[in-house]
Each structure stands twice: as structure tokens, then as C-alpha cells.
Design a protein around this ligand. Sequence first.
Ligand code: ADP
Length: 467
Amino acid sequence: MEEREALLDRVSSSDGTGVKDPATGAVIGRVSFGTPGDVAAAVDTAVAAQPGWAALSDEERCAALMRAADAIEAHAEELAYVLSREQGKTMDGLGARFEAAGCAIWVRTAASTPLPVEVLIDEPASHAELRYRPVGVVGVITPWNWPMIIACWQIVSALRMGNTVVQKPSEHTTLSGLAIVEVMNEALPPGVLTAVTGAGDVGDALVRDRRVGKVMFTGSVKTGMKVVEASAGNLSRLTLELGGNDAGIVLPDADPQAIAEGVFWGAFINSGQTCNALKRLYLPDAIYDEVVDAVAGIAAKVPMGIGLDEGNALGPLQNQMQWNVVNRLVEDAKARGARVVMGGDPDAGAPGHFYPKTLIADIDNSAPLVQEEQFGPALPIIRYTGLEQAVEWANGVDFGLGASVWSADREAALAIAVRLQAGTVWINSHGGVDPRIPFGGAKHSGYGLEFGVEGLKAVSVPQVISG
Ligand code: ADP
């Protein structure tokens, strides 16, 4: 066994369901899935550990989290290996090593973000201040696209604020979820962070447990709505990140060569399996062909293949379900007469869930590939004539996670950016997140903020001390 395989070996169970490598179909480990009945025991553990964890000073909790970040860094290659084998992403590029490194960065930043008592009024006859208390136990339910870093985002802010956490990874990437929890637990006191495995019924049991005061959920709109319903009886606090269908609008003054690489990676990062990826590209008549050619030129050079093979920059889709979604949307676009600039011709018989890098031009804005979230490496490119039309189309979907505007003139880009119904609008890039900058969605992309001081406040209960 290679040294970097040790963690995968440790989190894999001796029996249970085989976990398949999305690139090859090879069985890489086993998971024995939990049941709703296992949730109560995990929450018991979290409830028992919470008062002791909350009783530590903020400095002591931050020091423990910094040690967790050290542990993540010490095991970074092993974490990346688990991710690449189970999720499919490449070790290189914006892939598995990038995700593992990001975990440590997020933990360190959340553990060093100042959150002082806020003095609201300080007058001779009146004093009021705002403090933030822990909620208690926080349930963290995560998806399969960025299974370690999304878990880290939510775990670390919850822990920082004195909560304990029960984490349920996606059933598609259970080993990745177990691996990040195992590594962080090398540094954390017992019981502070617990994982439960299983499918939607286990997530549902976690939401319904009356002792879970807050749920951080990242997944689909459909499941997010179920989480809202299931939490109603507990009046649990919720943060919901429910995906997106982000538009990118290129203004006529943009330089096609200068923006092509940013547009490509904004759309194709993690083979498009990213909530805040660029999923609809709106190009003006004036530079339509130039931008299509420039993006295609970049795409042609990016190698897609098995994640473990060094040098690859894009991997397969994580599962067959998602492959089917992408294939259906692209086939529909072709049937409508849209132009295939590249890709669109998967080899359905090949091993793994590879879908080729696909650019679909001259597509109508009403096509399902534009209106639905494809969550894969297939980008629709829509021509617009007037900017008003582009803004209307960009805002014309239920989602509102991110958007981008591309222009050589920042003021012109800004004038459009403020009109877009999205939680984040990037100018001349798409999809970058930063642990110091709040991130969250508008409309059906969910509610609540993560990251920065806002993200810490979101996993706590505000308390006013007056007098
Ligand atoms: P995706 O389509 O990305 O898999 P889902 O919304 O189905 O998104 O899943 C996201 C996470 O939510 C996973 O961990 C999944 O097991 C969990 N989940 C699925 N159904 C429910 C539910 N009814 N209640 C709580 N969590 C659920």
C-alpha cells in the first residue's frame, strides 16, 4: 500500500457497499451505511460534549481549530487521494490537492476572524451590547461535488462559536466526509465533531431531531424544501445553499483573448460540478464568434482523464445520475438545432462517468440546457443583441447564487452587476470564493450566509445585554 492510501484504508469499512472510482469503476473501498436509528446516538454524543466545548474560551477553541488545520495539512496528500478516488476530481489543477489545501485555509481563517462584543450604546444612562451565544448542536448535511471543503466550511464556523457538530456526508462521497472528520478529530476533543453516514432518510432524521438547533444544508432545491418542512416542528435555524444556474454576461468591449481562460475555468472547474460555476454564457453580437473561438481554444488544451494521472485537469462526473442529466440536456440542445462547437459525443460504453468538454453555441435561451442546472462540463452560449435582453435573461431563472460581468470598463460592468439577482456578482472572473467574504444565495439558491464574520454570526444566537 502506498503511504497516501493509508487514510482511505482507515475510513473504509471491512464490509458493506462497495465504493466505485468514478473514473474507472474499480472498487476502492467499502461503506457500511448508517440508518435513521444511528442519528440519536450521534446527537447524544454532541449534546454531551457541547457544554464543555462552549465553556472553553474563544482563544482555546480557536487554538484547537488551528491544530485541526495543522492535521489537515499534515494529511493533505492522503485527503486528496481519498477525494480523487471517490469524487473523481484530478489530483492536479483546481482538483483534489486544491480542495484539501482549501480546507486548511478555511479552518485557519474562521479560527482567526475577530468577533468582538459589539457595543451598541454607551452613554452615561444607557449601555447595550450584542454578543453571540452558541446554538447548541449543529447538523451539517453536505453534497458530493466538493465533499471535504463544504463540510469544513460549515463545521469550522459552528465549532468556533461553541457548538458541537454532527455531520452527514452525501451517500455518494461518504469516505471523503469520514476522512475529513477523522483528520480534524486528531486535534479536537472527543464528541465535538461526529459523523453519521447514510442517505436522505438519515439526513431527514438529523433535521427532525429536536436537539439539533441549527441545520446547515448544501444540496438540491427539492431536498432543501424538504429540510424546511422537516425542521418546522423544531423551529430549527437553517442555512440553505441550494445550487445555482449562474449567468455570465460579456459586454461588447471585452477582450476575447483576455477573458477566455477565466470564462473557461469559471464554467468547467470540477468538470462543472460546482454550485457557483458559470452555467450560461451570454455573448453580444459584436464579439460572439471571437469569444466562442477563444474559449474553445482554451478548452481544447485542457486534459481530461483519470484523476490520479498527474497532468490531468478535469475528471469524470461523480455518478451516473449526473451523467444522465448532462447527456439529456445536451441531446435535447442538439435536437433543437443548437451548434456543437466541441464535445457532445460521449462514449457511453467507456468505463467511468466521463462526459467530454462540451460547448454548445447558437442555443435559444428557452432551451433546457440554459434553463436547468446542468452541473457538468457542457456550457450553453447564448447570443444577445441588447444588454437589457441579456439582463432579463440572466435574471429569468429561479436560481440566484452567483453571476458575472466581463468588461474592460469596471464602471460599465458595475452598472450591470447591481441589477443582477444573485448573492455574488464577480467582475472579470467567476466563482471564486474567499473565507473572508460572505457567500450565500438569492431566490431559490437558498438563504443564510457562510464565511467571514457573517458566517460566524449565522451559527450562533444573538444576545443583547442591556443596562
Ligand atoms: P444532490 O442532488 O446534490 O445529491 P441532494 O439534495 O439529493 O443533492 O443531497 C444533498 C444532501 O442531502 C446529501 O447528503 C443527501 O443524503 C441529503 N438528503 C437527501 N434527502 C434528504 C432529506 N429528505 N433530508 C435531509 N437530507 C437529505
